[in-house]
Design a protein around this ligand. Sequence first.
Ligand SMILES: Cc1cc2nc3c(=O)[nH]c(=O)nc-3n(C[C@H](O)[C@H](O)[C@H](O)COP(=O)(O)OP(=O)(O)OC[C@H]3O[C@@H](n4cnc5c(N)ncnc54)[C@H](O)[C@@H]3O)c2cc1C
Length: 405
Amino acid sequence: MTTKLHLPGDRDYDLHRAAHSPTVDSRPAMIVEAMEPADIGLAVTTANDLDLPFAVQATGHGTWQPADHGVLLKTGNLSDVRIDPQRRIATVGPGARWGAVLSAAARYGLVGLAGSSPDVGVVGYTLGGGMGWLARRYGLAADSVLAAEVVTADGRTITATPDRHPDLFWALRGGGGNFGVVASLQFRLYPVSQVFTAVATYPIEAAAEVLDRYRGWAQAAPDSASTAVVLGGNGVVVKAMSTDLTGRALRPLWTAAGQVERRVSGFAEAKMGGVRALHQDFFHRLTDSDIATIIAAHRENGTTVEVRHWGGAIAAAVPDAGPAGHRSTPFSVTLDNPGSHLPTGIGAVFYNFLGDPSRVDDAFTTQNLGRLREVKRAYDPTNFFHINHNITPAPAAAALAAVTT
Ligand SMILES: Cc1cc2nc3c(=O)[nH]c(=O)nc-3n(C[C@H](O)[C@H](O)[C@H](O)COP(=O)(O)OP(=O)(O)OC[C@H]3O[C@@H](n4cnc5c(N)ncnc54)[C@H](O)[C@@H]3O)c2cc1C
């Protein structure tokens, strides 16, 4: 198959330059629609040769920066999904979406660590950490990565594993698309055929009481359960998913609720939803004053506010886990409208939920940010991959002495 090129004025140019966010109005000099893996290297080399900016897009769900006057690589056609049921491993192309992985894995009673939307791209989601509804049980999606094939800024294709290019392998597991174009990603699957879910709805007037009970319950919450409380148009909604199909440990979350919907279903059918993240912060604990600000934030313009409980397997990650997240901080508060009542925690955000590109540094611990900049310096010293939530290279003196191979 031949590469497809779309230039300004061509019939499909507008279709391919679109992003999920209506605020992004990208005007690339050319769009390279990859038809085979070799097109990735071709697009990178073309941008280098013509000295043009470069951007990569699979689905457009995480595109916040325009690829103006640049080469925009579209990977949507490279959506191959291969499941190895014996080894419980998936290998996907850069255009694969979570929905395809979940349905392929479900045939073997397996799941991947998807998030709230089946339409989101597996690679972009995983590189940005990947926070899903099984995260407290199995960790972030980035924690399950086993290997990545990467086209680097100079057009080389290399494989990153714990033993080969270990610094790159570390950085890819949370540092986003800053280090290269991932041409293929291999990751673990888990034996989960069914999950228990509950959605309990309370009147909005009960918000303070529900949040108070939630913070107390969360202190001893089982790792089998991932939960969130959402203040929105439907009142206060407590959402829970558990791999313990009895849902017993979750009962305190809905004993006082007016309405509870409980089901046991396949993971893909659970459809827990999420919140459009335009502002986020993390909290070691939720004080009374935090709860008051959360409620005030909701009252202001009907902002949807989600309080989510992290911890569990996320916090217990292996020592050389990637840079994703603020693992030891158990609560996040996410708003779909960054109004004037902003609950203020440790000043942190999850990379995948960055609504404000100027806050990239807040997505990492100070130590991880320093190491990410060094890896960036080693693999992309000119910041070729900068049309993203950008991590800038460390100054030359701080660069890694040698790139390990
Ligand atoms: C409706 C919705 C629901 C979401 N739910 C969740 C959730 O539950 N949990 C969660 O953690 N996140 C969630 N997200 C955030 C999502 O994971 C990120 O926006 C992610 O970047 C989307 O990746 P994409 O490939 O679909 O998007 P794109 O816009 O196609 O890509 C976004 C960025 O990912 C990088 N990227 C994509 N492909 C490659 C590649 N092959 N190589 C290198 N870099 C690449 C690039 O930097 C690119 O700019 C959600 C987003 C939306 C819009």
